[in-house]
Write a protein that binds this ligand. Structure first.
Ligand code: FES
Length: 153
């Protein structure tokens, strides 16, 4: 069945079954491969995208549940928080293997849009659902603090 969803500001047609996970549509139908498949059961955060501005696990959202809510992937991320996070990630050399990192960046941007000066606890709570098997957690936390400072928090 053809579904029309808004991804990174554009209406996109995707011809898949209703119960196809959003992640499959993004990666396989639209070739937006920055969003990663990790666990497939919404436990690792590698597939994090924004749906209606909120971070969600796209592996666990059927395409039929997207409706009119805008989807934003790492490829479409923009705005001051995104710029600050990306710059801090580069400056801190955060990624190791990199697999989890687009999900980490999405969650970090979502946090900084809500909380201008997050504490360590705020960061740990917000990033709790994003697993990094390379254990880059200390650099992630430091980079989020750096980005908050850049943003004036
Ligand atoms: Fe390798 Fe996070 S950088 S899983």
């Amino acid at each position: 069945m053809v579904h029309v969803i808004t991804v990174n500001g554009k209406a996109r047609r995707v011809d898949v079954d209703d119960d196809t996970p959003l992640l499959w549509a993004l990666r396989d139908s639209l070739q937006l491969t920055g969003t990663k498949f990790g666990c497939g059961i919404a436990q690792c955060g590698a597939c994090t995208v924004f749906l209606g501005g909120q971070p969600v696990r796209s592996c666990a959202i059927p395409i039929s549940a997207v409706g009119k809510r805008a989807v934003t992937t790492i490829e479409g991320l923009s705005g001051p928080e995104a710029k600050a996070v990306q710059a801090a990630w580069v400056a801190r050399d955060v990624p190791q293997c990199g697999y989890c990192q687009s999900g980490q960046v999405m969650s970090a941007v979502a946090l900084l849009r809500q909380v201008k000066k997050p504490s360590d606890r705020d960061i740990d709570l917000a990033m709790n659902g994003n697993i990094c098997r390379c254990a880059t957690y200390d650099r992630i936390r430091a980079a989020i603090h750096d980005a908050a400072r850049t943003l004036g928090g």
